[in-house]
Structures are given as structure tokens and as C-alpha cells.
Design a protein around this ligand. Structure first.
Ligand code: SAH
Ligand code: SF4
Ligand code: F3S
Length: 436
């Protein structure tokens, strides 16, 4: 048998890309590839890319430029671009960077094995279709190799919301849900391989309709799988947060008390210009209902600062909304113009104004995050231990509320959910003591 070929895959962007990268590795495994952690000894390099902001897309081209020397040393090296930049720019990528042999979009990577053969024959391969055949039908079973205790599982893809700033509806296509029986089968495969926590993924995961009971119905079925201890989901849209899902947060024990619910802005004028189809008030009401069902839920959000037309008063409304919610975690971005989106036509705000607002917003969010963490001190929480820490005898895991937690513990805790008393809060983690 010939030696296995080596695949180096670098992943940018959201968790859905992390999931897709795993599946690409598995798909190319059938072609005799094993994953390598370095581009230097690779026979194929794949960049799984993100197009959400300008900087994310530009990173891809600077990374490709670095591979010139490798390709000169090894003419058999094949270089591919996958993901959302591949979908958005297609053949343009090969024109701009002739080193690239292969371009494959997020909905057609199940065709990678055939594309690999094409590039091995010396031709270029391009596939950015939104094919009729479902890639998940081709990519049936998951690898049986032993896994770490946490895994992502994509259940929904695409977006029909068309927020005025966002490329996702163009790069990922229309909303599609995977049938519940397939999701359940994949979840069982993951649990058999050692997974204790599954995070269900979708660009709008709570718009999932592959189960009669929606996402809540799927979560309740998943909760019936022995050995699956924890369930999470991301990312949700406020308008798809239905009563059943809110109720599940109240009474489904395996569903963790953490919810990422992006709002983007607290100004109704800007929300309207963004085409978000909700108001600041309706978002706050929704949060009230969620907290009524699960009082200790940790809320996380996404914010865009400096959307075209944002005034100081609009920004104040965003700060007021943040004050009202109190987030435990948040992601905030300067607005980035994306070609082809409606907002790209609008006049931009001065950079210094946007930078100043981002700093103020991040300072407030940072203060809230620290306050939420500080309140955990003295509490007893569940921690799923994932890996050894840097200090001897120390293990690291994630709490129910998704905080990173360090504790002195034997290696036997790895892969288990154990009770821990939190003793200290540091900027990005908590320290605790094992109780049982
Ligand atoms: N589907 C999710 C998130 C998609 S993208 C949702 O609806 O919330 C993740 C985040 O990137 C968005 O929530 C938004 O805050 C940010 N984002 C998207 N497009 C952007 C742009 N053009 N400029 C800056 N941030 C952007
Ligand atoms: Fe983008 Fe809006 Fe869809 Fe989220 S809901 S992926 S921000 S268009
Ligand atoms: Fe980026 Fe595509 Fe995800 S644009 S955020 S990789 S859906």
C-alpha cells in the first residue's frame, strides 16, 4: 500500500466551517489522505474560508501568497480554497492567485473526492453549485475514531433573512434543514465515539424545521440519547425563538443555560435599516420570557457598530439595550462593507467615530462579562472536562454556562461532567475545586 497523502486544512470563520472542515477531512480520507498539522509536509492544502468581513476575506489571499515557496519545492502540492470566499468569488480566486488548483463552495464539498482526482491529473477544478443532491446524503456516517468530549453537528444551513449588511444568504444559500432522523443517527455515532456534548449548528439554527416540533422537538429527541449529557445550539435569530424552544430551556435538563441571541443594534431606526424585522423593545420582551423560563441563563450577543447612518443617539440606544440585558458574553464588530449587499451602497461613517464607539461598547460589555463571572464565585456548577491544563494536575473544562473552568483534578475526569465549586474569577476563565 502506498504511504497516505497528507492534507493540511486551515479553518476560518464560524463553527459551521469547523464542522465542514471535519467532514472534508473525512471525505478525503476515502482518497487516502490523513490530516497533518503543518502545511510544510502536505500534499494538499485546503483553506476553508470566511467572507463575513473584509479582513476575513483578505486573510485568505495573504495566506495563499505564503504557499508560493512550498509549491516551488513540491510541484505535486495541490492548493484548494473552500468555504464562503470560494462561494462568493469562485473562479476569480484562481485568476487573482494562480497557485490555486481547486475552488469548492460550502454546498458542494461532498464532490471533493472527484475534484481531487481532477487536480491530480493536472487540471483545475471549480464547483460552487448549490446542487440538488444533498451533500449530507453522500457524507453519511461519521468516522468511528475516538473523539474528544465535545462536537458540533450542523442541522440547518443557509439564511433567508437578508440583513442589509450580511453576505451569508449569498454564500450559503436558502434555509435548508436536515431531517431529524439523520441528525439523530449522526448524534448517536458521535456519542458512540466518545462525545458527551453536542452543539447543534445553523446559520439560523432556531429556524430548524426538520422535525415536526421544530428545534425544540429535535432537542427533546436528542435528550433521549444515553451518554449524551449536554446539548447546545447556535446561532439563533430573535424572530425564530418560539414558545416551544423557550419552554425547553425551562425543563429540558440536558439543554445548557446559555443562549447566543444576536441583536446587532439597540436603535429601532438602525434595526429597520438593517432589515432585522424586530425592534429593541421586542428583543427585550423576548429576553424577559426566556429568563422567566430559565432565570440563570447566560446571554450572549453580536453587535455591529458604525452601520451606515448610525448617529450618536442610535449608538446610545445600543448602549442602553446592553445595560438592560446584561450580557455574559458578546462579540462586537465594526461594520464592514460587503460588495453586493444593500448596505454597501450607503455612505460610510468616519473610521475614528466607529473606532471610538466600538471601544466604548466593548468596555461596557467587558464590565458586564466580569460582573457575570464574579457572581459565579461560590457557586457549584457542572463542568465537562476537556483537556489537561498547563500546570501539572490541572484540568480544563467548560461550565454549564460555557465558562472555561480550571481545577485540580485527576486525568480520569477527562470526558466527564463533574461538580465544581467556583473559587475565583480571572478575565477569561474561572478557577474551581472538584466537589465529587
Ligand atoms: N446568523 C447569525 C450570525 C451570522 S454572522 C445571526 O443572524 O445573528 C455573525 C455575526 O457577524 C453577525 O451576527 C454580525 O454581528 C456580524 N456581521 C455580519 N456581517 C457583518 C458586516 N458586514 N460587518 C460587520 N459585522 C458583520
Ligand atoms: Fe446574516 Fe442576518 Fe442571516 Fe444572520 S440572520 S446570517 S446576520 S442575513
Ligand atoms: Fe463566515 Fe461563511 Fe460562517 S461568511 S461566518 S464562514 S457562514
Amino acid at each position: 500500500m502506498s504511504a497516505p497523502k497528507k492534507l493540511y486544512i486551515k479553518t476560518y470563520g464560524c463553527q459551521m466551517n469547523v464542522y465542514d472542515s471535519e467532514r472534508m477531512v473525512e471525505a478525503l480520507g476515502g482518497q487516502g489522505y490523513v490530516e497533518t498539522q503543518s502545511p510544510d509536509d502536505a500534499d494538499m492544502i485546503l483553506l476553508n474560508t470566511c467572507h463575513i468581513r473584509e479582513k476575513a476575506a483578505e486573510k485568505v489571499y495573504s495566506e495563499l501568497g505564503r504557499y508560493k515557496g512550498l509549491k516551488a519545492d513540491n510541484p505535486d502540492l495541490k492548493i484548494g480554497v473552500a468555504g464562503c470566499v470560494a462561494q462568493a468569488e469562485g473562479a476569480e480566486i484562481m485568476r487573482r492567485q494562480p497557485l490555486v488548483d481547486l475552488v469548492v463552495g460550502p454546498q458542494s464539498y461532498h464532490r471533493l473526492p472527484a475534484m481531487e482526482q481532477t487536480v491530480r491529473s493536472g487540471a483545475k477544478a471549480l464547483d460552487t453549485d448549490f446542487p440538488e443532491d444533498d451533500k449530507f446524503d453522500t457524507l453519511t456516517t461519521r468516522s468511528k475514531a475516538k473523539r474528544g468530549p465535545t462536537a458540533f453537528l450542523t442541522v440547518q444551513e443557509g439564511c433567508d433573512k437578508f440583513c442589509a449588511f450580511c453576505v451569508v444568504p449569498y454564500t450559503r444559500g436558502a434555509e435548508v434543514s436536515r431531517p431529524a432522523d439523520r441528525v439523530l443517527r449522526e448524534a448517536r455515532e458521535l456519542v458512540d465515539a466518545g462525545v458527551a456534548e453536542i452543539t447543534l449548528l445553523g446559520q439560523n439554527v432556531n429556524a430548524y424545521h426538520g422535525h415536526d416540533g421544530g428545534l425544540a422537538g429535535l432537542i427533546r429527541d436528542l435528550a433521549g440519547i444515553d451518554g449524551l449529557e449536554r446539548i447546545r445550539f447556535t446561532t439563533s435569530h430573535p424572530n425564530d425563538m418560539d414558545d416551544a424552544l423557550i419552554a425547553a430551556h425551562g425543563d429540558c435538563e440536558k439543554l445548557m443555560p446559555y443562549l447566543h441571541l444576536p441583536v446587532q443594534s439597540g436603535s429601532d431606526r438602525i434595526l429597520k435599516a438593517m432589515n432585522r424585522k424586530h425592534t429593541a423593545e421586542s428583543y427585550l420582551r423576548l429576553i424577559e420570557r426566556i429568563r422567566a423560563a430559565r432565570p440563570d441563563i447566560l446571554l450572549s450577543g453580536d453587535f455591529i457598530v458604525g452601520f451606515p447612518g448610525e448617529t450618536e443617539a442610535d449608538f446610545d440606544d445600543t448602549m442602553a439595550l446592553i445595560e438592560a440585558v446584561e450580557y455574559g458574553q458578546a462579540y462586537s464588530f465594526k461594520y464592514s462593507t460587503r460588495p453586493g449587499t444593500p448596505a454597501a451602497e450607503k455612505p460610510q461613517l468616519p473610521e475614528d467615530v466607529v473606532t471610538d464607539r466600538l471601544h466604548r461598547l466593548q468596555a461596557l460589555l467587558g464590565t458586564q462579562q466580569q460582573a457575570v463571572q464574579a457572581r459565579m464565585v461560590g457557586q457549584e456548577v457542572g463542568v465537562l472536562f476537556e483537556k489537561p491544563g498547563r500546570e501539572a494536575g490541572q484540568m480544563i473544562g467548560k461550565s454549564d454556562h460555557l465558562h472555561a473552568v480550571y481545577a485540580a483534578a485527576p486525568a480520569g475526569v477527562l470526558g466527564q461532567v463533574r461538580r465544581v465549586r467556583i473559587t475565583r474569577s480571572s478575565p477569561n476563565s474561572l478557577a474551581g475545586e472538584l466537589i465529587n
